[in-house]
Every structure is written in C-alpha cells, then in structure tokens.
Design a protein around this ligand. Structure first.
Ligand code: NAD
Length: 407
C-alpha cells in the first residue's frame, strides 16, 4: 500500500504531515512511503532526509495518486479534483467549520478521515490526538510571544540597577493550550492567574502554578464531552463586565477560549481594553476571520490600540514552530494509520467507535452524523460525534469556527 505526503498549500503553513523518523516506522509496518518533492521545506526537512529514511521522492501528481494521502490541513480544490475513489485522505480537515468540504470529498469518492474529529477521551485515541499536540505547541508559543513583546521582565529580577517586579499574566481559557501557556509563563518567572468556565479547570490550572479566578456573576458552563458550552447573552455580558476588572490588573493576557462548532467567545471588550495599562500585551489565540476573544484583534496581525495595548492575533501558532509541530503531528497521524492497518492494508471497521468518530466521507457519501442528517448517511460508522451544537451551527452554514480547524 502506498502512503504519500503532499506539500501543504495554505498560506503560512510550514508543517508537513510526516517527518523522516515516522517514515521509517511506516516502512517497518510494510507500507511504501512517497513524499512530494519539497514537502518538508517549511520544516527544514530536505528530500534527501526523507530519501535516507526510505521514502521515494515523487511529483505532486504521483503523491496525490497514492492509496493513502496524508496532509496536515485540508486539500485545496486542485488537489481534491486530482483525487479519485478508492483513495483515503487524512488531515486536520476542519469539516465542521467548512460545510462544503465534506460534500466535495464525498463527490470525489474518497474516504476522508479528519484528525480533528478524533474522540479525544478514548484512551486508545490519545496518541492520535492532533488537536492536543498542536494546542500544546500553540500555548507554549503564545507565552513566549507575549514575553518577547512585553516591554518589561517576566521574572522578578534583583540587580544593582534596581528590582523588577514579576509580570502579572492572566490566561483566559484553561484547556490544553491554556495549561501549557500557564506552565510556560510560570517557567519564565511570571505570576500567573487563570480563568475558565469549566469548574474542573480550577484544579488543573492550579496544578501548573496558576491562581484560579472565580467569577461571582457566571456559574459553570460545562458542556458535553468535557468542552465548554456557549454562554447565554446575559451570561456573556456579565462575564465580560466582571472579567474587565481582573484584566485591568494584569500586564499580559493570553486568551484561548473556544466552544466547539461556534465562533470564539468575546472575552475582552473595547471597554476592558481601555481600562488596561499602556504597555500591556494580549495574545488572542482565538483570532480568526470571524472574530476572536478580543475586540479588534486581527488574525495573523499585531495591532496597537490608542491607549498602547498590543494585541497579537495568533490563531495559527503551531505553524510558527514547524519542526516541533510536524514531529508531533507525524506521531499522531502514524499512530492512526497503524491502528487502521491490518496485514499491510487499510481495514476500516464502521463499528469501531474511534473510526466512526474520524471518518467523515466514505463510498461517495458524507457519513459522519455531525455533518450529514442521519437519513442521508448510508449504514456505516456509528452515530457518535462532537457536540450537537457543532451540528446545528454547521447545518445553519453560519458561524462555525471549530477549535483546531486552524491549528
Ligand atoms: P477548547 O480548545 O475547546 O477550549 C479552550 C478552553 O476555553 C476550554 O478549557 C474551555 O472551557 C474554555 N472556554 C470556552 N468558553 C469560555 C468562556 N466563555 N470563558 C472562559 N473560558 C472558556 O478546549 P481544549 O483545550 O481542546 O480542551 C477541552 C476539554 O477536553 C478539556 O476538558 C480537556 O481537559 C479535555 N481533553 C481531554 C482529553 C482526554 O481525555 N484525553 C484530551 C484533550 C482534551
């Protein structure tokens, strides 16, 4: 069976789906590995590195003709039109955020597997959890970016020229990325506070060194599957108002809040920005074309407000650490591939909960229940999937902006 790595085409995407180390592991499992020439350039991996690991370097056309095509992100339209039935495509497809994509892949006849749909709570799925591996990288980089942009020190420094107090960092959203941001800011010497709407985030944030902030105006907003639910209008307004006081007391704020299938919640309003001290820095990891956690943030841009607050729109941080992100993603995608293979061939099992969670198209149809109404899906993968809220939003064709879609 031929497995290929295709060069990513999305702007600013520097990751690659396999690193040479992973090529060796797949070959040991009896697979032939093809790599599109230049696929690893963005992560400083040369064609020679892949060839030494046992891969065959091929043209884009040949890579797109393999039995299994591996990507980090989603294929562009030209790549989809080159695909045909009997092929399997694996990537962080972000199909909930792009309602048309599953239809296009179904029309191409491919079996499409979306790494962002992995049922993360299944123990056997943890080595395949690409959302977590990439969120860890993003959380780390967010803290480092904030420290680099901040005009003062993160740690307490006592020198002959005076004493610098440690920076006060606030992390909003203490999921995978937020916990890594807390740990990294702590390691840089900052005093860190954190807030999340899920009550269980309190002990997790404390365990990596943050003081947890509890709001009196908003209660728990734990949703399904360990995720947060969207707040009501009243809850959102109360949260924004109470958070503003805490935000004003911090030098650096890192926002990571996401709700599956919805645009990121607005946590820092224009009024909250006005109350911050000039020189403060915000890293908005939710920044996207649909808006982010911070009023006025722009994806992939840094803006400075009139009162001197720097807002870094950082929705795509894993790609800024392409070597680490590619190595971790390669482990995730290899683990999934090896799980799906029996005797050197793909052996898909529609009854398997993990597979039912990740297969979005098969035999010309959209089969994932979160993407297709059950009556239009052929008998196949079980009816498990992400938050029903994601389904509603994707079907409405509206505000879907799924965590991980841009990771
Ligand atoms: P995420 O990216 O969906 O969201 C990031 C954080 O934002 C979450 O902690 C969420 O609660 C928070 N958030 C959402 N709306 C908010 C609001 N209005 N105000 C403040 N915070 C808000 O989350 P994630 O990092 O992907 O993780 C989500 C959950 O999945 C966590 O409970 C995590 O522990 C769990 N998880 C479990 C496993 C596993 O079991 N192996 C693996 C990965 C993640």
């Amino acid at each position: 069976m031929k497995v290929s790595v295709v060069k990513e085409t999305a702007p600013d995407e520097r990751r690659v789906a396999l690193v040479p180390d992973a090529v060796g592991k797949l070959r040991a499992a009896g697979l032939e590995v093809l790599v599109e020439s230049g696929a690893g350039d963005g992560a400083w991996l040369t064609d020679d590195d892949y060839a030494e690991a046992g891969a065959t370097i091929v043209s884009r056309g040949d890579a797109l003709a393999a039995d299994v095509v591996l990507l980090v992100g989603k294929p562009d339209d030209a790549a989809i039109s080159a695909l045909h039935a009997d092929q399997t495509l694996i990537g962080i497809l972000g199909a909930l955020a792009d309602p048309e994509l599953a239809g296009k892949l179904a029309a191409a006849g491919v079996t499409a597997i979306s790494m962002d749909m992995i049922p993360r709570t299944l123990p056997r799925a943890q080595p395949m959890d690409a959302l977590s591996s990439q969120a860890n990288i993003a959380g780390y980089k967010a803290a480092v970016l904030a420290a680099a942009e901040f005009g003062r020190f993160f740690p307490l420094l006592i020198t002959a020229a005076g004493t610098a107090r440690p920076a006060r960092v606030l992390v909003l959203g203490a999921g995978v990325a937020g916990l890594q941001a807390i740990g990294t800011a702590r390691r840089l010497g900052a005093v860190v506070s954190a807030y999340d709407v899920r009550p269980e985030a309190k002990t997790e944030a404390q365990s990596v060194g943050a003081t947890f902030i509890e709001l009196t105006s908003v209660g728990s907003a734990a949703g399904e599957g360990g995720y947060a639910r969207a707040l009501t209008e009243e809850e959102r307004a109360a949260q924004q108002e109470e958070l503003a006081g805490h935000i004003a007391r911090h030098d650096v704020v890192i926002t990571t809040a996401q709700v599956p299938g919805r645009r990121p919640p607005l946590l820092i309003t224009e009024d909250a920005l006005k109350a911050m001290t000039p020189g403060s820095v915000i890293v908005d990891m939710g920044a996207s074309a649909l808006g982010g956690n911070v009023a006025g943030s722009r994806p992939a841009q840094t803006v400075v407000t009139e009162n001197g607050i720097t807002i870094i729109g950082a929705g795509h941080l894993p790609s800024t650490m392409p070597a680490a992100a590619s190595a971790m993603y390669a482990r995730n995608v290899s683990a999934l591939l090896l799980y799906l293979i029996k005797d050197g061939e793909l052996a898909l099992d529609a009854e398997d909960e993990l597979q039912a969670g990740v297969i979005i198209t098969r035999a010309g149809a959209v089969v994932h229940p979160a993407l297709a109404p059950p009556e239009s899906a052929p008998p196949g993968p079980a009816q498990s999937g992400p938050d029903p809220a994601a389904t509603e939003t994707a079907e409405a064709g509206g505000t879907a902006d799924v965590p991980g879609a841009s990771s």
